[in-house]
Ligand binder design. Structure first.
Ligand SMILES: NC(=O)c1ccc[n+]([C@@H]2O[C@H](COP(=O)([O-])OP(=O)(O)OC[C@H]3O[C@@H](n4cnc5c(N)ncnc54)[C@H](O)[C@@H]3O)[C@@H](O)[C@H]2O)c1
Length: 258
């Protein structure tokens, strides 16, 4: 890895104002990329773009809106002439029993976490096809590989993102466009702020016994978008401290004091 791994490359990051997306924006920018940060949160997105300075921009974006996502991709192309890396990263959670889950809440999670990824891929492909290549990285989740109690909409949306990633990868594999997903376990970001009281118990369930730092997810996302991953497409990579390697059965070694 060099400080210029991404110099001359243009990146769009949705959900780029906070958490994983902000860590990724800092990393890609630090490695030379032009970075377009997209988020609903204008204050935080503007502040981050301002902090990064030259080669960074912010665009207020709602990924649930096809027009908003198309305008985002158009801005990258208008500003910098190309789009090399698209990170469909914006997402929201929802905790509810299915029988109590309001259809409007289900639809909101689907609109942001799944439709938003579709709109992003759909808008980016013609640009990447015309320039002869590109990389798309979708932020799925460990919760797209298996299910959680009370997370119906999120689990369904993230699983769908993983299979959408595969279809997009197949359809574009011969065109120089790679499409992959990351599947983070718990990451220390504002999205988990509401459940911070559970942190100790939650960490104990992760084989590495801790949450990820956003930078640890961003590092894998940057790798997936880089030339180092040139033969990697259609993959859903767990970045979860071993969480999804576990069946959920008790730790017999610990129980037997070994
Ligand atoms: N933190 C975790 O434990 C964890 C684990 C697995 C997957 N993820 C996924 O990682 C991604 C990033 O989450 P994070 O943990 O950095 O959370 P975060 O809340 O820090 O960041 C998410 C960002 O998305 C933005 N956003 C929400 N709705 C949007 C919309 N409609 N349009 C544009 N932007 C919107 C928010 O304003 C926020 O800045 C999400 O897709 C999330 O589901 C997070």
């Amino acid at each position: 890895m060099t400080a210029t791994r991404f110099s001359g490359r243009v990146a769009v990051i949705t959900g780029g104002a906070s958490g994983i997306g902000a860590a990724l924006a800092r990393r890609l920018h630090g490695e030379g990329a032009q970075v377009l940060i997209a988020d609903l949160n204008e204050a935080q997105g503007q502040a981050l773009a301002g902090e990064l300075g030259e080669r960074a921009r912010f665009q207020a974006t709602d990924v649930a809106s096809q027009a908003s996502v198309e305008a985002l991709v158009a801005t990258a192309v208008r500003t910098w002439g190309r789009l090399d890396m698209l990170f469909n990263n914006a997402g929201v959670g929802n905790l509810s029993r299915i029988e109590a889950l309001a259809p409007a809440d289900w639809q909101r999670v689907m609109a942001i976490n799944l439709d938003g990824v579709f709109f992003g891929i759909r808008a980016a492909l013609p640009v990447m096809q015309a320039q002869g290549g590109g990389a798309i990285v979708n932020t799925a989740s460990a919760s797209g590989l298996a299910a959680d109690f009370g997370f119906a909409a999120y689990n369904a949306a993230k699983a769908a993102v993983i299979n959408l990633t595969r279809t997009a990868a197949l359809d574009n594999a011969a065109r120089g466009i790679r499409v992959n997903a990351v599947c983070p376990g718990p990451v220390d970001t504002p999205i988990l702020a509401g459940v911070s009281a559970l942190r100790g118990d939650w960490e104990a369930r992760v084989p590495m016994q801790r949450f990820a730092r956003p930078e640890e997810i961003a590092a894998v996302m940057a790798f997936l978008a880089s030339d180092e991953a040139s033969y990697l497409t259609g993959a859903a990579i767990p970045v979860d401290g071993g969480l999804t390697a576990h069946t959920g059965q008790p730790n017999l070694l610990a129980a037997l004091g070994q």
